[in-house]
Design a protein around this ligand. Structure first.
Ligand code: PLP
Length: 380
């Protein structure tokens, strides 16, 4: 392993080591691209600091792997990405408002226009600049979150002059249940999306985009011309009820601060929710809910030392967790020893299940106080 310098380096006294394998992310990118086949483009979603893994190293690794289209949520994330990747196509999911239009245009970002107000703001900016500005148009087909409603789509199709000054790169929509292959909403949304594309034909959008990571696994009908893959790039299972075809990309290892042998039976942690018996050994690790190790993992998460399961016992505190290490030899539990919290054998999805959430939340919550190491990545 060759820890490289990019991204955050060491944190003095860090309670955990997070290792991100950039080659694994590149391999996942290539796998998803291959699944899409030669013609649809595979875009990468790097919002929320590349799902918590670190925007700078991850974006560079994806670019090196051949990715040319990127998606972020905020204009601010787009501006940061623009500094890293001067030639990338950068799309901003949350769109544009009058107060962000000028810098969005100056940085060459492509906003996703979610409602007619955003459309107006962006068309206004095009007018000010006497230029044609690129945009994506988002239509809602079953999320009721962002995007034009069916009525707004009709209205816009009847008045295409509203997009004068804009070059529509794509019309997009977002799937609600793509991780569940058999959910009937998938084909319903597909049908609605196709109908919308027909209605919006007068707007002459260059292409269409529907699939997120999971959408790619629903079959070619869902791919259209541009896919927007996030979670699967980072190793999260795109199909919740099938085996995970993606490569794991992170390893999280908590550091033991102290190990005690229980000499008098005692409760463990806040709320006294676990009882340790005489002779058991409890190791305390420097990871807590302030590091994204969710409090809902109290008394339920699994950790591992040398492949042996050592359960998290007691409540997760802000900076600490306690693990029952009775099953492993004392030599492996001295202060400074590492305990595997996330890895190939126990993935972010596994940890999420133990905490009653999804892998996405585990990744995006990953602590800023961890020591981070990046390996691979080609360029470095
Ligand atoms: C976050 C997001 C994606 C990526 O979804 P994954 O499930 O992580 O692949 C795609 N499209 C939109 C609109 C998103 O907000």
């Amino acid at each position: 392993m060759l820890p490289s310098d990019h991204g955050r380096g060491g944190v003095r006294g860090a309670g955990a080591l997070l290792t991100v394998d950039l080659d694994a992310i590149a391999a996942n990118y290539r796998q998803l691209s291959a699944r899409l086949g030669p013609s649809p483009e595979c875009g990468a979603v790097v919002k929320a600091d590349a799902y918590g893994l670190g925007l700078d190293p991850v974006a560079r690794a994806l670019w090196a792997a051949g990715c040319r289209s990127f998606f972020v949520a905020l204009a601010e994330e787009g501006l940061r990405l623009r500094e890293l990747l001067p030639d990338a196509a950068i799309h901003v999911f949350n769109g544009v408002e009058t107060d962000t239009a000028a810098e969005t245009a100056a940085a060459g970002l492509v906003p996703v226009l979610n409602h007619l107000g955003q459309l107006e703001a962006w068309a206004g900016e095009a007018q000010v600049r006497a230029a044609t500005l690129p945009a994506m148009l988002h239509v809602d087909t079953g999320m009721a979150r962002l995007g034009l409603s069916a009525a707004e789509v009709e209205a816009l199709a009847g008045a295409p002059e509203q997009v004068a000054g804009l070059a529509l790169d794509a019309v997009m929509s977002h799937l609600a249940c793509a991780d569940d292959r058999d959910n009937p909403l998938n084909v319903e949304q597909l049908a609605r999306f196709k109908a919308v594309l027909k209605i919006l034909a007068p707007l002459r959008a260059r292409r269409a985009s529907l699939a997120n990571s999971s959408g790619i696994f629903l079959g070619a009908a869902f791919n259209f011309v541009l896919a927007r893959t996030g979670a699967a790039l980072y190793g999260i299972n795109p199909e919740t009820s099938h085996a995970n075809p993606m490569t794991q990309t992170i390893k999280l290892q908590g550091k033991i601060l102290q190990t005690r042998i229980i000499d008098t039976p005692s409760t463990v942690g806040y709320g006294a929710t676990h009882r340790a018996e005489r002779g058991q050994r409890i190791a305390t690790l420097g990871v807590g809910y302030a590091d994204g190790f969710l409090r809902s993992l109290s008394n339920s998460a699994s950790a591992f030392i040398g492949g042996v399961r050592v359960p998290v016992v007691g409540r997760v505190s802000m900076d600490l967790i306690t693990v029952d290490v009775t099953a492993v030899p004392a030599e492996a539990t001295h202060p400074g020893a590492l305990v595997d919290l996330i890895g190939t054998e126990h993935t972010a999805d596994d940890l999420a299940r133990e905490g009653g959430t999804i892998g996405y939340e585990i990744l995006t919550a990953l602590g800023r106080r961890f020591e981070r190491r990046y390996q691979g990545g080609g360029a470095s």
